[in-house]
Write a protein of this length. Structure first.
Length: 127
């Protein structure tokens, strides 16, 4: 080791900055505990701020992607009709085995007046 001139160098820590030379920080023994606590709290605050920032970013991305998904929703093509399976109900019989109710096939015929082009011609057309 080298010869000491009465100065205690046990708390010397080099601190490097990016584009400059190294600085040396001298600490007293009284400041060591306070500095360690301060460094721990700074590390904890940096980690918690990073987690909070990532949480906010992920939440905002989730909201924006859902808004985009809703705005670019594909419209259903009306020419494509899905086949429906018809389920017939059973026949309802009374105690004399006579049919009271059964399923009957019906067809509906209607005109949507809001979608018709010439309303006057539609009103005067024979039924």
């Amino acid at each position: 080791m080298f010869k000491s001139d009465g100065v205690n160098y046990d708390n010397v820590r080099p601190k490097a900055n990016l584009l400059s030379s190294k600085k040396i920080n001298f600490h007293d023994k009284k400041d060591l505990i306070k500095n360690v606590k301060r460094e721990k709290s700074i590390r904890f605050s940096k980690k918690s701020n990073l987690i909070f920032f990532l949480l906010c970013i992920s939440f905002s991305l989730f909201i924006s992607f859902n808004i985009l998904k809703v705005t670019y929703k594909k419209e259903v093509n009306p020419s494509i009709v899905q086949a429906k399976t018809k389920i017939n109900r059973g026949k309802i019989l009374d105690r004399n085995n006579e049919i009271i109710a059964t399923s009957i096939d019906t067809n509906d015929l209607y005109v949507d007046i809001k979608k018709s082009l010439n309303k006057e011609k539609l009103k005067n057309a024979p039924i």
